[in-house]
Design a protein around this ligand. Structure first.
Ligand code: SF4
Ligand code: SF4
Length: 133
């Protein structure tokens, strides 16, 4: 199995993605149920409005095929900075569009979220940030 994290093109200009990577290896946040043999990679959405995901997904599909892997063995995680209200910004307004692009390209295993920030969770509980969808 392969986990592919989709990060916001804007947010990664100021985020290294360390916390997503660390949570994956520590099996915390949205990664708690993966076994040790699961690999991961991260890509960005390519910028608003997510259209550049299409060629990236086509490239990924081709690479998977050549590696003898199947799209059903891939789980796509939208990074928390894409799909939740958080310190960086409001949730991405193009989420549904990007989900549709993924499904059109045959990637049907989609999870919302990666690293779960404790501070952001507190603000969700306090009603300052919107709750997870
Ligand atoms: S969820 Fe956090 S650590 Fe992961 S890419 Fe977004 S801002 Fe960076
Ligand atoms: S489409 Fe969404 S995730 Fe991508 S850069 Fe724009 S706001 Fe960020």
């Amino acid at each position: 199995m392969l986990v592919v994290i989709i990060q916001c093109e804007d947010v990664v200009k100021r985020c290294s993605g360390f916390l997503c990577m660390n949570d994956f290896y520590e099996k915390i946040g949205k990664f708690e149920n993966y076994s040790d043999d699961v690999r991961y990679m991260a890509i960005t959405c390519g910028g608003c409005c997510g259209n550049l995901l299409t060629p990236k997904l086509e490239n990924l599909g081709m690479r998977l095929r050549k590696a003898g892997l199947n799209k059903d063995d891939v789980v796509i995680h939208f990074a928390s900075c894409v799909c939740s209200d958080n310190a960086h910004r409001l949730p991405c307004p193009f989420m549904n569009r990007m989900k549709a692009l993924l499904k059109r390209k045959g990637f049907n295993n989609i999870v919302l979220g990666t690293h779960v920030s404790k501070k952001a969770e507190e603000k969700r509980r306090a009603g300052i940030y919107k709750k997870w969808e």
